[in-house]
Design a protein around this ligand. Structure first.
Ligand SMILES: C[S@@+](CC[C@H](N)C(=O)[O-])C[C@H]1O[C@@H](n2cnc3c(N)ncnc32)[C@H](O)[C@@H]1O
Length: 258
């Protein structure tokens, strides 16, 4: 039995179509990874969980979703189009200082304050083209593409509350797994890598309860053994799929200590 969870309703339709031959073993759920509790009672605890983070090619290549600076479209970037705020809405209400800190902390955008001021001054923008034009003007041509990608990544992370969603997804995965089960995570940028590495390190720590306590109260009863340290794709895979270049695979096994 495979349970597939995605917050993007369009992805669910595509997955259902693609997995039609196995529909009797597939359960498709609309929701966040953090809602893994939909799996229900403990006797349904999964043997394995895979979190494939970030955005899909289908999302990026559809101009109507507003994820890409390469085509013009509404400035949306929500993976779950049934809730939340589009980037255009967020930009309407966000003060320059806060916008600058998003760009700096989530996208490592150089000259974040100047770029934030330019974005706010531009309208604020309601299309990907208008946002791209406002950002591009702040950089020499050789840095424009890289800077655009950093700005779009930062705003996408805010619109989808990705930091909280990832923490919640990691935590829910570990809680749901059966003891001895494995979780794997595919990350696509350094911010995700830092969070996953930090989570696995914390979870593989020793029990910190005072000696003599009858039961563990610090949570380390669900410990993990890290079995991968951010493995990169091999050359053959990169040749077949250049988009895999930023992917890293992390994996851990749940080991309960009594
Ligand atoms: C890298 S793509 C996976 C693409 C998929 N392997 C395919 O071939 O279509 C990541 C998917 O996870 C979804 N996603 C990302 N973060 C999520 C979260 N916290 N909760 C639920 N879905 C999420 C996105 O909507 C996107 O469809």
């Amino acid at each position: 039995m495979v349970v597939g969870i995605d917050q993007d309703p369009v992805a669910l339709v595509r997955a259902a179509r693609r997995c039609e031959p196995w529909h009797d073993r597939l359960h498709i759920v609309h929701g966040a990874f953090a809602a893994l509790d939909v799996l229900g009672p403990r006797d349904l605890a999964p043997d394995a969980v895979l979190l494939d983070l970030g955005t899909s090619r289908a999302q990026i290549e559809d101009p109507a979703r507003g994820f890409s600076y390469l085509s013009d479209g509404p400035l949306d970037m929500r993976m779950d189009t049934t809730s939340g705020h589009s980037v255009a809405d967020l930009l309407r209400f966000t003060p320059v200082e806060e916008l600058a800190s998003w760009l700096r902390e989530l996208g490592d955008v150089p000259h974040a304050r100047r770029v934030a001021r330019a974005i706010v001054k531009a309208g604020p923008p309601v299309t990907t083209g208008a946002l791209a034009a406002a950002v591009e003007r702040q950089f020499p041509p050789r840095l424009a593409m890289k800077s655009l990608s950093c700005v779009f990544q930062a705003l996408r992370m805010v619109a989808n509350d990705e930091c909280r969603a990832l923490e919640g997804g990691l935590d829910a995965s570990l809680r749901a797994l059966r003891p001895g089960g494995r979780m794997a995570v595919l990350t696509y940028h350094s911010g995700e890598e830092r969070m996953v590495r930090g989570f696995l390190r914390r979870q593989s720590g020793q029990c910190t309860c005072p000696q003599g306590l009858p039961v563990c109260s610090c949570g380390s009863i669900r410990r993990v053994v890290v079995v991968e340290r951010g493995r990169r794709p091999r050359q053959g895979e990169l040749d077949a799929n250049p988009r895999a270049r930023s992917a890293r695979l992390w994996a851990a096994e749940r080991v309960d200590v009594q």
